[in-house]
Design a protein around this ligand. Structure first.
Ligand code: FRU
Length: 543
């Protein structure tokens, strides 16, 4: 089996590259800046951005870029004792239009993040307009290898996307050398959007999936995932289409593009996770600009047979481009971009934008993925506050004040004894209440709603409401993680803590410190109500 490129192969590749450059009228003798030089410039740009960052709303225990823009998690992997998360990053700007590099951080324990030097910046013709999303694997020699999409914008806004490879030349997987394009053309004629490789190894064979869209005159946009195989990570053969949208469905019912596909075994099934674009809202579903969700099925003889329809993985406002990490404890964990494209962001003026979700642990139950907070998150807890609330009859009760906006709240409710028609939590209350986040349960509709600016009245009509079904259980648990700009609600039943999860970015009033538990038209029976202030684990040492 081949172990990487031989010198001749390397030379042949180089010649091909030179030829391609000449064809594009770029003189290869004109000295271009090297990747290292451009990395250094990007690093300097980051230090400059850092001078201007305001951390008033900056996350305390979620991973975010130290300054500038962040989107998708990339290359998530457990390597030599650390959880590595690379990410889409523009160090010089907090605007979403910036050119994408790869930022990098690692954590030994899922709660403390060490920020590392940038891993990739655009430096070659094939990735000149962005080093787009991708993955990391450990190659046969034990080195960390990145596979990513080289993105180029050409004339008349056409784009060209190719799959590229870079190898770490150090022990720790911090510095990377680009090795060029490994898949230069898409699997079907006329495809422009072809990106986000995710690679894994089965026995001796590497597998890669890539998201793409096919556009032709009759059928504008069909999202697909292509499967490739390789024996050495460098030379790839197209194998098949792993899965795709049903072309017979009209646009809106079918997605025109599948971004960031991921594929892995979970319990007894296989998960194809992806981020479809173009699904219209339908009832309580698909209310975000783009969705993130999965198909469950069986993987046999290199073929995937889905056994479920597409389901959203998180039901909040901001969860996209999620990727899994398998860790040495055998857990399948998940992390996502805790944000969404094309929206107004209050933090942009503070010099940063985008963050990652909390890492969750996944399991399958009743053909759905449940996501629970991993045990490690308990280490974030400072003092525990027990609240003496057992029953609320059409009244309001203020929870303990939070000095900072960093809190975990755990509430268990006996649904079999609760008669309140509606009850819930107002988060971050400040009088008057312009920015209160409402979480409430409607016993008649049998749903849990989360809204960032809407009173709990007409959830069906509210654009801003996100919701999940109320689990059929007598003991409902709600576990909330509040960071300065975010709220993650894990809905459980005493056995599973994450039957449903709602993750949403919020921007509470600076002075707001109070949460209020309320009930309406009946009694709410509270079994447990606990609160913890949480630690701020953010640290940045300039590299
Ligand atoms: C998903 C995505 C990817 C792409 C990256 C660019 O959010 O659009 O498809 O690689 O972001 O930053």
């Amino acid at each position: 089996m081949k172990k990487g490129l031989s010198q001749e192969e390397q030379k042949a590749r180089e010649e091909q590259h030179q030829e391609a450059l000449l064809k594009e009228n770029i003189d290869p003798k004109v000295k271009r800046k090297t990747h290292d030089e451009l990395l250094e410039e990007a690093q300097k740009a980051l230090l400059k951005s850092l001078e201007k960052v305001k951390r008033t709303h900056y996350p305390a225990y979620h991973l975010a870029a130290p300054a500038g823009w962040m989107n998708d998690p990339n290359g998530v992997i457990f390597y030599k004792g650390y959880y590595h998360v690379f990410y889409q990053h523009t160090p010089s700007s907090a605007l979403e239009t910036g050119i994408k590099c790869w930022g990098h951080a690692r954590s030994p324990d899922l709660i403390h993040w060490e920020h590392l030097p940038l891993a990739l910046v655009p430096s070659e013709e094939y990735d000149r307009d962005g080093c787009f999303s991708g993955c990391a694997v450990v190659d046969n020699k034990g080195q960390l290898v990145i596979l990513y999409t080289g993105h180029r914008v050409e004339e008349e806004d056409h784009i060209r996307e190719v799959q590229c490879l870079a190898v770490s030349d150090d022990e720790e997987g911090i510095h990377f050398q680009k090795r060029g394009v490994v898949i230069s053309s898409p699997p079907e004629e006329g495809v422009e959007h072809f990106r986000d490789p995710r690679v894994w190894k089965e026995e001796d064979l590497w597998h890669m999936i890539v998201g793409y869209r096919i556009d032709d005159n009759q059928s504008k946009g069909i999202g697909k995932t292509a499967l490739y195989t390789s024996s050495d990570l460098y030379s790839w053969q197209f194998h098949s289409i792993l899965a795709q949208e049903d072309p017979k469905l009209p646009l809106g019912k079918r997605a025109y593009m599948w971004e960031c596909p991921d594929f892995f075994a979970l319990d007894t099934q296989h998960v194809l996770l992806y981020s479809p674009q173009g699904l219209d809202p339908s009832g309580y579903s698909y209310r975000n600009l783009y969705e993130n969700g999965y198909l469950l099925g069986q993987w046999q003889n290199q073929s995937f047979s889905p056994q479920t329809a597409f389901q959203e993985i998180d039901l909040g406002h901001d969860f996209y481009a999620a990727q899994h990490i398998e860790d040495p404890k055998g857990r399948q964990l998940l992390i996502a971009w805790f944000d969404m494209w094309e929206k107004k962001r209050e933090s942009t003026q503070d010099g940063w934008a985008g963050m990652m979700s909390l890492i969750r642990e996944m399991h399958i139950q009743d053909n759905r993925i449940h996501m629970s907070p991993p045990k490690e998150l308990e280490k974030l807890r400072l003092k525990e506050i027990q609240l003496d609330i057992s029953a609320l009859t059409s009244q309001e009760k203020t929870l303990a004040l939070a000095e900072e906006k960093l809190q975990e709240i755990y509430i268990e409710v006996d649904l079999s004894q609760t008669t309140a028609q509606r009850w819930g939590l107002k988060l971050h209350v400040e009088q008057p209440e312009p920015k209160v986040t409402h979480l409430w349960i409607d016993s008649t509709l049998k749903r849990i709603f989360l809204s960032r600016n809407q009173e709990p009245n007409s959830p069906q009509e509210s654009e801003d409401c996100r919701s999940c079904p109320l689990p059929e259980t007598s003991l409902l648990s709600l576990r909330l993680f509040l960071d300065r700009p975010s709220c993650e609600v894990f809905v459980g039943d005493g056995h599973s803590q994450g039957i449903f999860v709602l993750s949403s970015r919020i921007f509470p009033h600076e002075k707001a410190k109070t949460h209020v538990l309320w009930s309406e038209k009946g009694t709410l029976i509270v079994k447990k109500c606990l609160q913890w202030n949480l630690k701020d684990t953010f640290e940045f040492t300039p590299f």
